[in-house]
Design a protein around this ligand. Structure first.
Ligand code: SF4
Ligand code: MG
Length: 311
């Protein structure tokens, strides 16, 4: 069976005042129907760039190579008009802040009805019922009353649910959530989590881009760990979090509060000055001479890992 989304050898380069910065190098992944895949890594590792490249919302200065196939269709070849119909309707997006996605001058009903009308998702006579059903699904116990509210009448959690309702009402096959919990307090994180759970329960495919490992643990079946623009380890979320193989993944897990809060020493290399060998070598306690050569991704215990320790 074909994957819903197949990304192959994706690289993204930005040109800024004469410098070229390769933010993502040779990224590949496959999203299967109904599965949640999480991309984790520190901020600046390129994970959001991947999400934006898939959606084709990168700035014009970005050079993108490689292939992104959605239902077998090469998205690089799709026109901007076609892409506008795919975005929202077939690929839903949940951004960091619901305020960015809601129009403050529209009642909740209108936030939902306009995209439904534009994308012609349900026949006109069924729209109202569809909206009420969707609002109930995302946790509004009085959806008819909620539909009449403006965003400023709602709590942050209600607006989060409204944004999720807008995304879900369009019945997308794939939902991409880009750092949905960044900068939120723990109450709001649990709102976001329950909204994402609802998307999963609907059987939709989810790509979760996050620095929040506990969110990835609770939601995803598949995990991709990124470091400095590359995947360093990928496989089943449970397996990786139980027994990480790559030294970076181990470091990331040790830096969690529940595991002792031990930070990885040093910082990620600068994109303008990337080491030619392993990109983690300056911070790795196992680094040897060998690590001056770039490690390839290899299969190990049913996962992929990029490290000379396992070659
Ligand atoms: Fe560490 Fe070498 Fe593995 Fe890189 S390749 S993670 S430096 S052991
Ligand atoms: Mg980001």
């Amino acid at each position: 069976k074909n994957p819903l989304l197949q990304v192959s050898d994706l690289s993204v380069t930005f040109r800024t005042n004469g410098d070229t910065i390769q933010a993502v190098t040779g990224f590949s992944c496959q999203l299967n129907n109904g599965i949640c895949t999480a991309i984790i890594g520190e901020s600046g590792c390129g994970k959001s760039v991947i999400a934006h490249a898939i959606l084709k919302i990168l700035p014009k200065t970005a050079l993108v190579s490689g292939s992104v196939q959605f239902r077998g269709m090469e998205l690089h070849d799709v026109s901007p008009d076609e892409m506008n119909t795919i975005r929202g309707r077939q690929i839903g997006i949940i951004f960091q802040s619901p305020d960015r996605a809601l129009n403050p001058t529209y009642r909740i009903f209108r936030q939902l009805v306009e995209p439904l009308r534009n994308h012609r998702v349900v026949p006109e006579e069924n729209r109202k019922e569809h909206i009420i059903t969707t609002l109930r699904k995302v946790g509004f116990s009085h959806p008819k009353e909620a539909a009449l509210l403006f965003p400023c009448n709602c709590s942050g959690g209600m607006n989060q649910r409204a944004v999720t309702a807008v995304v879900l009402s369009l019945l997308p096959d794939l939902v991409i959530a880009d750092e949905p919990t960044k900068g939120l307090d723990s109450f709001r994180v649990s709102d976001v989590k329950s909204c994402l759970m609802e998307i999963k329960d609907e059987g939709r495919t989810l790509l979760l881009v996050t620095h929040d490992i506990s969110l990835a643990r609770d939601l995803s079946e598949e995990l991709l760990v990124m470091y400095a623009g590359e995947i360093v380890e990928s496989g089943k979320t449970h397996d990786i979090l139980q027994s990480p193989i790559h030294p970076y993944t181990s470091g990331l897990l040790k830096s969690l509060p529940e595991n002792g809060f031990i930070p990885i020493p040093g910082s990620a290399p600068s994109y303008a000055n990337m080491p030619s060998g392993c990109r983690f070598q300056d911070r790795c306690e196992y680094a040897t001479e060998k690590c001056n050569h770039k490690p390839e991704c290899i299969q190990k215990h049913g996962r992929m890992v990029r490290c000379h320790l396992f070659c």
